[in-house]
Design a protein around this ligand. Structure first.
Ligand code: NAP
Length: 482
């Protein structure tokens, strides 16, 4: 195997890249996927209630509109089906190499990448596009005794469906985007649910509803699905005002969230526990209509004391209270920065990516990083969003990568490497913008920030600005290697 282009990962990013490569006339590529099937996060996350939290007509490819979504916020199985259907429709089947996890990428001075995979094979390729995403390495809390627990325990991203939680005493640790989706589903089945909350999330109403067959038929009328998507895009984009311009503009959002809490939680003491003390938007704003009602149930207890120790059949909280449980579910999120930084990637002059990123993970528009020619990241550093669909960002990046490949063909260069000064200037501007915004200034800590408190994950502006800035490659930002 000696493919011209190697794509790593088959989630939204990898598939989007592959489809657009084909459309642009590049057929000499493979998609390496560590698992046995495609779909990325939408294959892996199968916890009860898993669904997208961005409206489906926007959380999908702009070139593969789906008038058939069953709800405004579609469930995981439907999104996974959509991705598989895209792969078939666009003829990607021959390009997949399943069960091939990349263990290393090494650049040689002849302008090739040497790719090693878990099955021991090594091959060379001209360009690598990493679509591995940031939210796939489960993070477990470091609670003493965690390994000693005798009952079933698992992470939300590795839900163990062989465990029947019906009638069991269950502890859930974490109250993030995943937990607010699965807690309501299990609360009605378990005998007791002890929910360990470290920081309460801001929760807003979820404008979800089934899309009737009539409306779905209407959306097949030419232009209708596009018009709906555009309307959703601009509605979501207005939310960037508070994020990207001035945190004070988040007040209206906070008011909505407070009203939602007041409407749904009559008990004062519980309401106090669930009221955040940081600016809304500092952590991801969660959307749910059934999370708070689940917490009102008699069999559910919200525990704000930390889990201090785990024993064979119980959890001890920081006051010393011991709570007997039959099972533990960790809704404790992902190791986000590590997902990029743990990779074995060696670039020009034998430089490891960890050394290039010793002061923090960064790239030029989140896509290219100096010293690593022809290596492209999709959803790389500082291209995540708090307000709109990341599929939009992926599509902008895919177009940019293709523009880079065209620049190579046009100039006859073997590889392109972003100039360190271009990358530095870009990141200095980016960080100075982020400095006063809600993720840094909102009074919370979150996975958006690295261990030094620097935001390495979020794009601090409107998505149309990112789109406009990545529409064309600026050749002067790159060294062309001949
Ligand atoms: P998360 O948002 O990072 O939430 C993790 C939760 O676990 C937080 O409540 C956190 O508390 C808590 N936690 C972490 N470590 C802990 C510890 N040592 N002790 C106690 N509590 C601890 O993770 P997630 O819910 O899996 O979601 C991650 C991301 O995935 C989301 O932000 C979102 O981008 C994506 N997601 C999307 C959807 C969707 O609908 N599209 C659904 C699920 C997830 P603190 O807040 O105090 O840190």
């Amino acid at each position: 195997m000696r493919p011209g282009i190697t794509i790593i990962g088959s989630g939204f990013a990898g598939l989007g890249m592959a489809i657009k490569l084909k459309k642009a006339g590049y057929h000499d590529f493979v998609i390496l996927e560590k698992a046995g099937s495609l779909g990325g996060t939408w294959r892996d996350n199968t916890y009860p209630g898993c669904a997208c939290d961005v409206p489906s007509h926007m959380y999908s490819f702009s070139f593969a509109l789906n008038p058939g979504w069953s709800r405004m916020f579609s469930p995981q199985t439907e999104i996974w089906d959509y991705l598989r259907a895209c792969a078939t429709t666009y003829g990607l089947t021959p390009h997949f190499r399943f069960g091939r996890e990349v263990t290393g990428l090494e650049y040689d001075e002849a302008g090739h990448w040497r790719v090693s995979t878990t099955d021991g094979e090594t091959f060379t390729t001209n360009a690598v596009v990493s679509g591995v995403g940031a939210l796939h390495v489960p993070s477990f809390p470091e609670i003493p005794g965690r390994e000693s627990f005798r009952g079933p325990s698992f992470h939300s991203a590795e839900w163990d469906h062989s465990v029947d939680l019906t009638g069991k005493r269950v502890a859930v640790i974490g109250t993030g985007a995943s937990a607010v989706q699965f807690v309501p589903r299990i609360a009605e089945r378990v005998s007791r649910l002890h929910l360990f909350q470290r920081t309460p999330p801001w929760v807003q109403n979820r404008p979800d509803f089934p899309i009737s067959p009539r409306m779905r038929a209407a959306l097949t009328v030419p232009g209708a699905a596009r018009a709906l998507r555009n309307a959703i895009y601009w509605a979501l984009e207005t939310r960037a005002l508070g994020f990207a311009v001035d945190p004070r503009l988040m007040k209206a959002h906070e008011k909505m969230a407070r009203r939602h809490l007041a409407d749904q939680v009559p008990d004062r003491a519980l309401r106090a526990k669930l009221t955040p003390d940081y600016t809304i938007g500092c952590k991801r704003i969660l959307l749910s209509n059934d999370y708070y009602p689940a917490l009102n149930r008699d069999n559910v207890e919200v525990i704000t004391e930390a889990a201090a120790e785990i024993r064979e059949r119980s959890i001890v909280d920081s006051t010393g209270r011991e709570i007997e449980v039959d099972a533990i579910v960790y809704g404790t999120g992902f190791k986000v920065v590590d997902a990029l930084n743990d990779q074995w990637i060696v670039g020009r002059g034998g430089q490891k990516i960890q050394d290039a990123w010793r002061n923090g993970v960064e790239a030029y528009y989140g896509i290219t990083t100096a010293g690593f020619p022809n290596l492209f990241f999709l959803l790389g550093p500082n291209t995540g969003l708090g307000h709109n669909s990341v599929v939009f960002m992926i599509e902008s990046q895919v177009r940019y990568v293709i523009d880079c490949l065209r620049l190579l063909s046009k100039t006859g260069a073997r590889a392109l490497d972003v100039r360190p000064e271009a990358q530095r200037a870009f990141n200095a501007r980016l960080q100075s913008r982020l400095h006063d915004l809600v993720w840094n200034e909102g009074g919370c800590t979150s996975w958006y920030l690295d261990e030094h408190g620097v935001n390495r994950t979020i794009w601090p502006g409107f998505t149309f600005e990112y789109w406009a800035r990545t529409r064309r490659v600026r050749p002067e930002a790159y060294e062309l290697i001949r």
